[in-house]
Design a protein around this ligand. Structure first.
Ligand SMILES: NC(=O)c1ccc[n+]([C@@H]2O[C@H](COP(=O)([O-])OP(=O)(O)OC[C@H]3O[C@@H](n4cnc5c(N)ncnc54)[C@H](O)[C@@H]3O)[C@@H](O)[C@H]2O)c1
Length: 386
């Protein structure tokens, strides 16, 4: 095989981005052959481009037209279509989150494990962004010393009501399984756990429909505790503008701060714990050096991850974002909202069955009436780089 025949199920905002990348040759050796969407009136446009079209994921999977499937539907179908595609012998690239909740993610991962010859990737494009790669290298390479504190204020996700009204599945327990955490913040939660590892405890306060007419969370303040005792905070909202995106990690050897596309590393000349034990002067701090680290951008992170996926299929290259590594962000999104809803601190790893039962309860008892109107999401592509 010298090229991979790729299909896409779900031709909404992000599905169209993948179509564009594949058709514009941004993914070498990846050939878009077929697409599908449950809304059949979307299909003629794609037929006119010479693609085979299908009005369901199952039909696309069974078509024999593809070797690999990109799943770009709403969240719950990531699990069902992902499992069906893997069982049918296809390679799978699943959009974020890999599943709507951790128990589903476990099911999907089990299926992928049963088909080790097929590639299973997750669309976690922050992992190819040099700024997050650099922060990870600093933390995991020990340059910051022992972790002391992790703070991510990610309130730069403002959404107007029109956004929530643009799809019946959006911001519903049944259609999406969560709100700002599972949708907008999923990339930050993925990057967080990819950089620092998973916390061991979480306690959250969540605002349910605090700024919008929705039934899921749109405002969250979470306290995190890490296995070594380091503390953290993750703060997000879709109701605040201009909002902030400020990511700071402090360790015994210094601090790294990412804000306004600037990455600044401040190093302690003597680690804080050593200084504290040896200094004879109570009010003095160690000298520091400050370095602004240049951070090149990435032109097309989605295409880079897709290229890596194709290279993994054809050449056995290692996946940058293996699908199974997507369970961490699903767990964080679930546990943060769950803790807020039950007003308790939750230890990680969380009980996935407990959250699935709670989510099923929320779905069964939902009384919220969702408005859906025709709105423009044409500025979508400008909104996803964070
Ligand atoms: N990686 C990223 O940067 C990124 C950005 C945006 C969205 N996403 C993810 O992509 C997914 C889709 O988001 P979106 O904003 O494109 O949504 P969207 O509502 O714009 O598009 C979803 C599409 O899926 C179709 N669909 C729904 N149910 C289906 C089914 N059962 N079978 C086939 N087609 C079905 C809909 O008709 C629609 O065309 C979500 O999981 C979202 O979290 C990822």
């Amino acid at each position: 095989m010298d090229e991979v025949r790729i299909g896409i199920i779900g031709l909404g905002n992000i599905g169209q981005v993948h179509v564009g990348n594949l058709m514009d040759g941004k993914v070498p050796r990846g050939k878009l052959t077929a697409v599908g969407d449950a809304m059949a009136d979307k299909l003629p446009d794609y037929e006119a481009k010479g693609l085979k079209t299908f009005d369901s994921g199952d039909a696309l999977i069974a078509s024999g037209e593809i070797d690999a499937l990109i799943i770009a539907t709403p969240h719950f179908q990531h699990t069902t279509l992902g499992m069906a595609a893997l069982e049918a012998g296809l390679h799978v690239m699943v959009e974020k989150p890999i599943s709507a909740h951790k128990a589903d993610a476990e099911r999907l991962i089990e299926t992928a494990k049963a088909h080790p010859e097929q590639k299973f990737g997750g669309m976690f494009q922050l992992r190819v962004e040099p700024r997050y790669q650099k922060i990870r290298e600093l933390v995991q390479g020990g340059e910051l010393g022992d972790l002391i504190r992790v703070i991510w204020i990610m309130t730069d996700w403002f959404r107007a009501e029109a956004y929530y009204q643009s799809g019946g599945w959006r911001a519903t327990w049944k259609g999406e399984g969560g709100g700002v955490l599972l949708n907008q913040c999923l990339h930050q939660l993925d990057a967080l756990q990819w950089i620092t590892g998973m916390p061991s405890k979480i306690r959250s306060h969540v605002g349910i429909g605090k700024y919008h007419d929705i039934e899921v969370e749109d405002d969250v303040v979470s306290y995190l505790e890490f296995p070594n005792g380091a503390s953290g905070a993750f703060i997000t909202s879709t109701g605040e503008t201009p909002g902030s995106n400020r990511f700071e990690i402090a360790g015994t050897k210094g601090r790294v701060l990412l804000e306004n596309d600037k990455l600044v590393l401040t190093r302690n000349e003597v680690p804080s714990d050593e200084w504290s034990k040896t200094s004879k002067i109570g009010f003095q701090q160690p000298e520091t050096t400050v370095e602004e680290i240049p951070i090149p951008g990435v032109e097309n992170a989605h295409a880079m991850l897709m290229t890596n996926f194709v290279d993994a299929i054809l050449d056995g290259k290692e996946l940058i974002a293996p699908g199974e590594s997507g369970i961490g962000s699903v767990e964080l999104a679930n546990v943060m909202v769950y803790s807020g809803l039950i007003n308790e601190t939750i230890d990680l790893p969380m009980d996935s069955a407990a959250w699935e039962a709670k989510l099923n309860d929320l779905i069964a008892n939902s009384t919220h009436e969702k408005k859906v109107v025709e709105v423009s999401n044409e500025d979508f592509t400008a909104s996803y780089r964070r």
